[in-house]
Design a protein around this ligand. Structure first.
Ligand code: FAD
Length: 411
């Protein structure tokens, strides 16, 4: 009997452990993707468009044989498995809270048909790297060292031809896309050969095209981090290690998708001025680097990492709004929006995460702009009118308010 390969955050056929595992059971398989409203509804259009582009690309790799079904995976997956008489269902593990619950429910609904998990979207599956006493790491640097020492499996030798893909007898038609997905491997090679050498020096400069811009490809598993780790080291490796660290943190503490990792911050007082929040989301704060970042997010579904830190700090420490308001807005619009990386980077900025930036270190948007956008090219590109907008708050005043509130919870 054929296998069912259910794709989720692993939208590729190369170096794909679940495809390899399926091939060990049967030469034939059906490829399935389920459009799940639980994940689609909170997503903005740029995110959904990117997913559609990934699915088109995967479908092309599979010679048009990807079956796409709209519905709840807990019903759809067992139903399709039964229709084709599948002997087993193969997935790459999902490590985020909703995905884990969903997979357990699917496993139960499958009954006698085995759900086989092979690999994950990470070089080292979350939960594996631990301190000597078996407890999870709470600080990045020792995690990274232990993660490097643990190492990762060698690439799985797969491509689309590893399995004989069954032609689906029904499938929803994927919406047409304006642009095809670029070849992610080519993008990586270009970055590696031309920009990686200077990455350490230039990665904080939003005015330069200095980072890989591969986050969305990693998010959807078009590329696996193993592929990048094979030919990089130093700072770039460390950045990938942050992604793994936050996945590990969320795996151990799923409630931190919503709650402060550091519970002391539960006592922090927040404001709730919706107009200030709106001004922030639309890039009308009168702080040009903040406005440029927020508009880049709306225009491109992306924001440079340094600017993500600046706008997040501004929301939390200048507007005194809860970090999760900002995190929700980011998740809706970011094409690379990933619960672990997003929520925990937000908590890092807000000072309430594991290994977070100390709360009292408050970004000054003007100083940051001078340092990281020295010629103002980034601001001119995304928010040329912002220098003429009166600032919605006074940074010096709000900085003091933030520090005073922090004193209260520290005590
Ligand atoms: P590069 O500089 O080329 O880095 C290479 C890869 O390393 C990235 O693609 C990413 O996978 C990983 N990486 C780099 N920095 C980080 C980091 N700080 N944390 C985790 N992984 C990292 N990244 C996401 O992928 N999804 C998110 O939802 C997300 N939300 C964020 C929210 C805030 C408030 C902040 C401050 C950062 C967030 N990041 C998130 C991390 C980072 O900003 C992006 O990964 C990065 O900007 C993507 O651009 P790039 O691919 O060019 O990065």
């Amino acid at each position: 009997s054929p296998s069912l390969v259910w794709f989720r955050r692993d939208l590729r056929t190369s170096d794909h452990p679940a495809i390899l595992a399926a091939a060990e059971r049967s030469p034939r398989a059906l490829a399935l993707f389920v459009l799940d409203d639980r994940l689609l509804k909170p997503s903005g259009q740029p995110r959904i468009d990117f997913l559609h582009r990934c699915l088109h690309a995967l479908n092309d790799e599979l010679d048009g044989r990807l079956m796409v079904v709209h519905g709840d995976p807990v019903q759809v997956v067992p139903q399709v498995a039964q229709e084709i008489g599948a002997g087993s269902v193969h997935i790459s593990a999902d490590c985020a809270p909703y995905g884990r619950r969903r997979d357990e429910a699917v496993e139960e609904a499958l009954g006698d048909i085995e759900l086989v998990r092979s690999g994950s979207p990470y070089a080292v599956t979350p939960g594996r790297v631990r301190k000597q006493d078996g407890t999870p790491f709470k600080v990045f640097t020792p995690f990274r060292n232990s993660w490097l020492e643990h190492g990762w499996r060698k690439p799985a030798d797969t491509d689309a031809s590893t399995l004989d893909w069954t032609k689906p007898d029904h499938s929803v038609e994927l919406p047409a896309v304006k642009e095809q997905l670029p070849d992610a491997m080519k993008l990586w090679e270009e970055f590696r050969d031309e920009r990686l050498e200077d990455y350490d020096k230039t990665r904080d400069r939003p005015d330069l095209d200095a980072t890989s811009r591969l986050s969305a490809f990693l998010r959807w598993g078009v590329l696996h981090p193993r592929t990048l780790l094979r030919d990089c080291d130093g700072t770039f490796r460390s950045e990938l290690a942050w992604r793994e660290f936050y996945a590990d943190v969320l795996w151990h503490r799923p409630e931190t998708a919503r709650e402060n990792y550091d519970r002391k911050f539960d006592r922090m007082t927040h404001d709730n001025d919706v107009e200030l929040f709106e001004a922030w989301t639309q890039g009308r704060t009168g702080y040009p680097i903040v406005d440029a970042g927020m508009r880049q997010l709306l225009q491109e579904g992306f924001m440079h990492n340094r600017v993500r830190m600046i706008v997040a700090s501004f929301l939390v420490k200048d507007l005194h709004l809860p970090w999760w308001w900002g995190a929700r807005h980011f998740m809706k619009h970011l094409i690379d929006g990933d619960l672990a990386s997003n929520q925990h980077n937000w908590q890092w900025v807000a000072g309430c995460g594991t290994d977070a930036a100390p709360f009292f270190r408050i970004f000054n948007p003007a100083t940051q702009a001078k340092k990281f956008d020295p010629d103002g090219a980034y601001v001119r590109r995304y928010a040329p009118d912002s220098p003429d907008i009166p600032p919605i708050v006074d940074h010096a005043v709000e900085r003091q308010v933030a520090l005073d509130r922090y004193q209260q919870i520290k005590a």
